[in-house]
Design a protein around this ligand. Structure first.
Ligand SMILES: [Zn+2]
Length: 194
């Protein structure tokens, strides 16, 4: 069951990947059903708070018409950062299932453990290593492509990559609205860009 829900979180991570966002996905489950799903949208929204976990919490709260996500469980492909871990505690989520760890910014065991080492008015249970390889693999693939994009002919740097990101997203919206199969177009675009 855990793997099934983590697979759904991975589908969300793939959506982020396809938008050139760092591929992190999250789903929130209540009574064995997914009530919210989201992926990282920091670049596309130009907003550092648009992490998958925060967006999933917002959607679940809307659905339950409450900020208290009692008896809810979150499945997230990457270890939460301090901002998201704080939001998880405040939203009263019961348990968090984590795919892979984030040694640089993760606060559920990597840098420290916000769910274990500190006392809050709500304790969040957690479990790590759910579909670890898959969750790690999608991130590795993403950063490999990013490095490649930065290298090609010295022409691509972080700035041009960001620029591509914006133009790509703009095109994306246009294509979505005209109902063109974005997947086919995306594959073609990637061939051209990398
Ligand atoms: Zn976060």
């Amino acid at each position: 069951m855990k793997e099934i829900f983590m697979k759904e979180a991975l589908k969300e991570a793939q959506k982020a990947y396809d938008k050139l966002e760092i591929p992190v996905g999250a789903v929130i489950v209540k009574d064995g059903k997914i009530i919210a799903r989201a992926h990282n949208q920091k670049e596309i929204k130009l907003d550092t708070t648009k992490h998958a976990e925060i967006l999933a919490i917002q959607k679940a709260s809307k659905k339950l018409k409450s900020w208290r996500l009692l008896d809810c469980e979150m499945y997230v492909t990457l270890e939460p950062c301090s901002m998201c871990a704080g939001a998880i505690i405040n939203s009263r989520i019961k348990k968090v299932y984590i795919g892979t760890m984030d040694e640089k910014t993760g606060v559920v065991g990597s840098i420290f453990n916000l769910f274990k080492d500190y006392k809050f008015n709500h304790n969040v249970e957690f479990e790590t290593g759910i579909l670890k390889e898959e969750c790690e693999d999608i991130l590795k693939r993403f950063f490999k492509e990013l490095r490649k994009a930065k290298k090609v002919g010295g022409k691509w740097n972080a700035k041009s990559f960001t620029h591509i990101n914006y133009s790509f997203n703009n095109c994306c919206y246009r294509f979505y609205s005209s109902n063109v199969n974005i997947k086919i177009w995306w594959k073609g675009w990637r061939k051209y860009a990398f």
